[in-house]
Every structure is written in structure tokens, then in C-alpha cells.
Design a protein around this ligand. Structure first.
Ligand SMILES: Nc1ncnc2c1ncn2[C@@H]1O[C@H](COP(=O)(O)OP(=O)(O)OP(=O)(O)O)[C@@H](O)[C@H]1O
Ligand SMILES: [Mg+2]
Length: 506
């Protein structure tokens, strides 16, 4: 038999006791923010609180995002970058492995750098650093991406040759070079090693030959993406608004990783050089979406940025389908993690192991639809509340699609190249739709035109469009007025009309 024992307890004692051992969401005071200073993300699932993100009360501004393909990682990143730019004027550099941000960046008026398709990086550019420091970084990249470190003599030969090449080109390796001084390239390094081989005095020619062979992989004609004069000003990258570093044109993962590492090194130097400023928000965000070894190897500068970024208002966003690709140091140091839908047991185990959320949240994660997420935040506060909660949906920006009316088939080559006559006209969806309504197209007609345009990647040739108008029984007069309203020249309109089937005779 159990005896019930009564106690006298002061009410302030009771107040300290937690009746719900796990309150399900952080309090609104940390979730809701001033819309002029925080980034709106979505509504929480349980209490329907509008959640806005800021790093002000977090341990740091970095973000990791995990979720299966199609769960909404890239969509979230785009939304986030747009709002951060709007609110804080934050610049962003996207290290775009698969070229999946290109169209969006173009639409948003950002800059696209297409490595391997017209743009080159000289990895020997010093970017204002002492050549000696740059040599270390280059060697670090080789260690990370090749097996060079297993061949100490080859490694030594390579390092020494890179350093010597700087010296031969008038650099003082222990001093910052004067601004604008042009760096040598890996081709010069190879030349130097070849000369050493030719002169025959070095005692292990096989080592030398192998060292040359390794370097040559990055300098071969047609694959010399990193051993030519840079076509872009990397020093300006961190303050150029929205920049897409499109790596999809590089031939394989190794080349992409080398580019990504170089970009991170550059940004890190820039970050340290510029130091702290008074700005309230974030200055620059670096996005690594599916970044293979670059996010997983601890020698990568992704980790340096995570460690030091806060004090420079520099944030890293890492996204991956596979959480185990994200180095533990990143994972456990980021201030915010967005967990979208995850299916694989072992991936959930890994995340739950490092973030410690409840089994309730674990089950939810496996059932998420597109755009649903669990959010885990590392708050810097003495208050205690759960740090993981569920978002009903990430409320994104609807993409602003650009619709193009292509004039090229009614212009002469000379007209196109001269640029005097517009070779296309661009509209947003609503704008174009309003024009159609104005010139008496019915709802079904409009739907048909948009169907056709969407099928062709939101582009339509002007003659095809004029023919659609004729098919809808729009009069020639109305079609002409429509074309005029687009701003098309009378002379060109007559060419279009002459190619509308039935217009000339009927
Ligand atoms: N919160 C959301 N609201 C509405 N639509 C969304 C949302 N998140 C994603 N989508 C849509 O779902 C699709 C897949 O999203 P997204 O490309 O972001 O997936 P992902 O996680 O980046 O996939 P992958 O790993 O293959 O790159 C897109 O068409 C996107 O527009
Ligand atoms: Mg994606």
C-alpha cells in the first residue's frame, strides 16, 4: 500500500516547475521579428506564429539545409537571398555546382560567371595576398582534391616551383604585391619544372616527371580553366549583388571542387581583409548547394568561414541531400538548420544525433511535403525553450518569369547585329496577359498562347504569335495595333503581316 504524503510548497517553487516537459515551440518573442530587420520565412505548424529569421540572438549567422531531392532546398535559398538583399542589402555568391541557379539569377538581374564556358580563373592570382600564403592555399587545394600529399617529393617539387615562378615573375614572395600586378599561371610552373627536367641535374627525374604530369591535368589546352589570365575580378565578388558562379560547364567534380575551393579562399581573404563594419545585417552570403568534398573536408575554407564568419557579417549557407556530406564541424556550428523531408534512416539518425530533437519531430520529418521543414536554432540566451520547431510551409517568393517575344525571324542579320532594332521584347506574365486582353483575346485564347509559350521555354517567335492571333480570328487591324503597342517599327510590322497565313488575301 502506498501512502500519499502532502507537502507544503511555496507558489514560487511551483512556478519553477515545468509542467509540459517539452513545450513544442519557442516563444513568439523569439520567432516574430520586426519586418524591416528580419527575414520572413513561414508560419509555424502548431501555434501558427509567423516566423522571421535573424541572427541577432543566434550563436552565428550560418545556415545548413538538408532534404531529399525536390524537398525545396534551392527554393528556400532563393527566397532567403532575395529577402536578405531587400532588407539588409546583402550580397550573395552562389557556388552553383549544377547550374541550377543560373536562370533565376539572370531573371533577378544578377551576374553569371560561367566557368568552363568562357570564364577562366587563374588560381595563381594573389588577390593582394603574399605569394607565400597563396602558395600554401594552392597546395592545400591540391592536397584536398588529389593524392599529391602521398608523394612528398612531388609535393615539395611542386610547391617549390610555384614559389620560384612567382619570384621569376618579379614578385617578392613574402610581401603583398603591388595592386594590379599580373600573376604567372600554372603553365609557367610547368615550364619551369620542364626546364629542370631538361637540364638533367636533378637526381630523381621520375618524381619530377610525375609532378609535371599531375600539374598538367589542370593546364591542358582546352582544360586550362585555372591556368589562364582570370576573366573576372574575384576581389569584387563579395560585394557584387547576386553572383552565380556556374560550375556546371567544368568537366568533372575535381575541377568543380578546385573552383569552389578557390572561390571560398578568395572570399575568406576578402572577409578578413575588410573586417567588421557597423552594418546591422549580413554583408555577404556564400551559398554552397551540393558541394561534395568542399563541405565535407575539414581543411576546406568553408569551415574557416563558419568559424570566423560571424564577426565579419559573413554567412555560409550549405545545402545537401546527404547530411553526412556536411562536415560535423559545420553541422554542429551553424546557428540554424532547416531540415526538409528526409527519407533515409541513416541520414535522420545522423541529424538527430547531432541536433537532439524529439522522436515526434523525427517522425514528422519523414512525412513532410514540399516546403515543410523542421527548424533548429542555437539561441544565445539564458531562457530555456525548445530549439526545434516545425514550419507549416516555407512561404517563398513566386518567381518572376520573363516572357520573350523573339523577333529574329523577321529581321535581317545586319539588323540583328547592328542592335538598332530590338531583337526581342520581354514581359512579365501579367503584363503580357493584359496586352492580350486589351486586343480582344478570349480567356481560352490567352490560355492557349501561354501554353504554347511555356512549352518553348517562355519564348515565342513573333510570326508564330501573329499566326495564333489570326487563328483566333483577331482582325488584321487589331493585330497591327497589338504589334505597334509592343513598340515594333512599321516596316517590321509589314514584314510580320505578310507572313501571317491568309492575311494578304483575306
Ligand atoms: N516552399 C515551397 N513552396 C512552393 N513550392 C516549392 C516550395 N519549395 C519547393 N517548391 C517547388 O518544388 C520544386 C523542387 O524544389 P527545389 O528545386 O527547391 O528542390 P531541391 O531540394 O533543391 O531539390 P534538388 O536536391 O534536386 O536540387 C520546385 O519546383 C519548387 O518551385
Ligand atoms: Mg536544389
Amino acid at each position: 500500500m502506498t501512502l500519499i504524503k502532502f507537502q507544503n510548497i511555496m507558489s514560487n517553487e511551483i512556478a519553477k516547475r515545468s509542467f509540459f516537459s517539452r513545450p513544442p515551440e519557442p516563444p513568439p518573442m523569439v520567432l516574430v521579428g520586426n519586418p524591416l530587420k528580419t527575414i520572413y520565412i513561414g508560419i509555424t505548424k502548431l501555434f501558427k506564429v509567423p516566423f522571421s529569421w535573424t541572427f541577432a540572438n543566434l550563436t552565428n549567422p550560418h545556415i545548413s539545409i538538408v532534404g531529399i531531392t525536390g524537398s525545396g532546398k534551392s527554393y528556400f535559398i532563393k527566397t532567403f537571398l532575395i529577402r536578405a538583399n531587400y532588407i539588409w542589402g546583402t550580397s550573395a555568391v552562389i557556388i552553383d555546382w549544377a547550374g541550377e541557379y543560373k536562370a533565376w539569377v539572370r531573371q533577378s538581374g544578377g551576374t553569371i560567371v560561367s566557368l568552363g564556358k568562357g570564364d577562366f580563373i587563374n588560381i595563381m592570382d594573389t588577390l593582394g595576398m603574399k605569394p607565400l600564403d597563396r602558395v600554401k592555399q594552392i597546395m592545400n587545394s591540391f592536397d584536398l582534391l588529389t593524392d599529391l600529399s602521398q608523394f612528398p617529393e612531388q609535393r615539395r617539387l611542386t610547391e617549390e616551383a610555384i614559389e620560384q615562378t612567382y619570384t621569376n615573375n618579379g614578385f617578392i614572395v613574402s610581401l603583398k604585391p603591388p595592386e594590379g600586378k599580373e600573376a604567372p599561371t600554372l603553365k609557367d610552373v610547368i615550364k619551369l619544372l620542364n626546364e629542370k627536367l631538361q637540364d638533367g641535374t636533378y637526381e630523381y627525374p621520375a618524381e619530377l616527371e610525375n609532378a609535371i604530369y599531375r600539374l598538367r591535368q589542370f593546364a591542358r589546352e582546352g582544360e586550362d580553366y585555372f591556368s589562364r589570365k582570370s576573366t573576372i575580378d574575384l576581389g569584387k565578388l563579395a560585394q557584387s549583388g547576386l553572383v552565380d558562379m556556374d560550375l556546371s560547364g567544368l568537366p568533372d567534380e575535381r575541377f568543380r571542387a578546385l573552383a569552389a575551393l578557390f572561390i571560398l579562399q578568395t572570399l575568406k581573404e576578402k572577409m578578413r581583409f575588410e573586417g567588421w563594419s557597423e552594418t546591422k545585417g549580413l554583408k555577404t552570403m556564400v551559398v554552397l548547394d551540393e558541394a561534395w568534398k568542399v563541405a565535407s573536408d575539414e581543411r576546406s575554407d568553408a569551415i574557416t568561414i563558419v568559424r570566423e564568419g560571424r564577426k565579419y557579417q559573413f554567412a555560409l549557407i550549405v545545402a545537401s541531400q546527404n547530411p553526412t556530406d556536411i562536415n560535423e564541424a559545420i553541422f554542429s556550428n551553424v546557428g540554424t538548420t532547416f531540415i526538409l523531408r528526409i527519407k533515409f534512416e541513416k541520414f535522420i539518425n545522423y541529424i538527430q544525433g547531432s541536433l537532439n530533437f524529439s522522436d515526434f519531430i523525427r517522425t514528422e520529418i519523414t512525412k513532410f511535403g514540399v516546403g515543410q521543414a523542421a527548424v533548429e536554432m542555437a539561441f544565445q540566451t539564458a531562457l530555456r525553450f525548445p530549439e526545434t520547431f516545425i514550419l507549416e510551409k516555407i512561404h517563398g517568393e513566386e518567381p518572376l518569369y520573363v516572357y520573350v517575344i523573339d523577333m529574329s525571324d523577321v529581321l535581317t542579320q545586319a539588323e540583328i547585329t547592328s542592335g538598332i532594332i530590338a531583337k526581342d521584347f520581354q514581359f512579365e506574365a501579367d503584363e503580357l496577359k493584359n496586352k492580350f486582353i486589351e486586343y480582344n483575346l478570349s480567356d481560352e485564347n490567352i490560355e492557349e498562347v501561354f501554353g504554347r509559350i511555356n512549352e518553348q521555354g517562355r519564348t515565342i517567335k513573333i510570326v508564330e504569335l501573329a499566326n495564333l492571333f489570326a487563328g483566333f480570328n483577331v482582325t488584321v487591324e487589331d493585330t497591327i495595333l497589338f504589334l505597334k503597342s509592343l513598340g515594333i517599327d512599321d516596316m517590321v510590322i509589314s514584314r510580320i503581316i505578310s507572313r501571317v497565313i491568309g492575311a494578304v488575301n483575306g
